[in-house]
Design a protein around this ligand. Structure first.
Ligand code: 1CP
Length: 365
């Protein structure tokens, strides 16, 4: 496999340096869901595995699909191939993915008694397949680019656990937030402990950056976001700072749809290294709001990958300009790549970021 690079290759460190807001030769780029259905080789490996879950639970295959986008594109980070729903699965909810549908739990969490039964899974036994995948990927990457480990936020995991499946509005958990907040807090508390242990174990297994996905944080109005999501993101960040290995790793918080009313500032106050930003706010405004305290990761509309190559380049240039000539930008989409994207468009995007990012960096200093 043609992955290893020379000891002084900037790709080894560009991403980590940008997260620490240090100068880089050009803007680093990786893409959420960079390993996934838009790649024919991913679809072939998944067919060989038999199902998405078999793929995620077999470390050799998870490693193979993690590396697939890196063999095609000049990306600056790898992200562990797994899913946020591994934790509720390990808690005993019975995760299934029906062909062509989203996730579904056989035993969703609906009552105080259901919540009382949940325990914190031991990452090195019940989630051993994830840790084995992290170790194997690190070995195969051989230092070419850093590996990102990740987990879902307690709120986002609870959304799926209470609803039992994906949803547009997750009405059941919102009803619980109003009608039985004490039970919901018990659920979020056990999830925060599980997520913290899981991320710390990924760090110990070799992950070099950690990312928390709060995909559904934006369903909550600001006071409820503070109470039911931010509070637990904060608890996890604090826990990781006390962990011998995780403490030195950059933590990226991505809370989709959460840009208003001081929320970005509050997320930065957790002490995280970087904020993932969706495309509903300009990077320039996000930066003005949080200052130089954290790096920013984002935030191209994923649908821009359906545009003509010249338009993709134009959008990349506009986004680099919006961030401005400062260190501390990791280029990404504002959410995951969709399955219909042409891989050629991803090549155009990655190339444009590196080419135009050099100029953006040079103008800065
Ligand atoms: O059919 C398939 O092959 C399954 C599609 C798929 C993939 C490629 C799922 C099912 N999960 C994944 C991988 C995955 N999931 C990664 C891998 C690393 C990467 O390349 O980025 C990551 C980071 C996730 C995280 C994830 N899973 C999130 C948070 C990020 C986000 O996209 O908002 C969420 C909400 C999930 C749940 C989930 N898993 C899979 C699907 C289709 C969904 C979404 C369901 C819904 O619409 O609610």
């Amino acid at each position: 496999m043609a992955l290893p690079v020379a000891a002084d290759d900037p790709r080894r460190t560009r991403f980590s340096r940008a997260l620490r807001r240090e100068a880089t030769d050009t803007t680093p780029v990786w893409l959420m869901r960079q390993a996934g259905r838009y790649l024919p080789e991913y679809r072939a490996t998944r067919a060989r595995a038999g199902s998405f879950l078999a793929l995620a639970k077999t470390p050799e295959l998870a490693c193979e699909v993690t590396l697939q986008p890196l063999l095609r594109f000049d990306l600056d980070a790898a992200i562990l191939f797994s899913d946020i729903l591994t934790i509720p699965d390990a808690m005993g909810l019975g995760l299934e993915f029906a062909q062509g549908e989203g996730p579904r739990f056989a035993r969703p969490v609906r009552s105080a008694a259901d919540i009382a039964h949940l325990g914190v899974p031991d990452p090195e036994t019940e989630l051993r397949y994830v840790m084995d995948a992290v170790r194997l990927i690190r070995h195969e990457l051989d230092g070419r680019v850093p590996l990102i480990g990740f987990a879902g936020s307690p709120w986002t995991l609870a959304c799926y656990m209470v609803e039992g499946t994906g949803s547009r509005d997750f009405a059941r958990i919102k009803a619980m937030a109003w009608n039985d907040p004490a039970s919901l807090h018990r659920l979020l508390d056990v999830l925060a402990r599980a997520v913290a242990a899981y991320l710390a174990a990924q760090a110990a297994a070799g992950a070099q950056a950690l990312m928390l996905f709060d995909t559904w944080g934006g369903l909550l109005a600001p006071p409820m976001f503070a109470e039911f999501s931010l509070r637990y993101l904060d608890a996890i960040a604090q826990h990781l700072r006390a962990h011998v290995v995780a403490a030195v790793l950059p933590l990226i918080l991505f809370a989709k749809g959460v840009n208003g009313a001081g929320q970005l500032e509050a997320l930065a106050d957790t002490g995280c290294a970087a904020l993932g930003v969706d495309w509903s706010i300009s990077l320039g405004e996000a930066r003005r709001r949080v200052g130089a305290r954290v790096a920013l990761q984002g935030n191209l509309d994923p649908a821009a990958l359906h545009a003509q190559p010249e338009i993709i380049e134009r959008e990349v240039a506009a986004l680099l300009r919006a961030f401005g000539p400062h260190p501390g930008h990791v280029f990404n989409l504002g959410h995951g790549i969709t399955p219909e994207v042409d891989p050629e468009s991803v090549a155009v995007l990655v190339d444009a970021v590196h080419r135009l990012g050099r100029r953006a960096v040079a103008e800065g200093g």
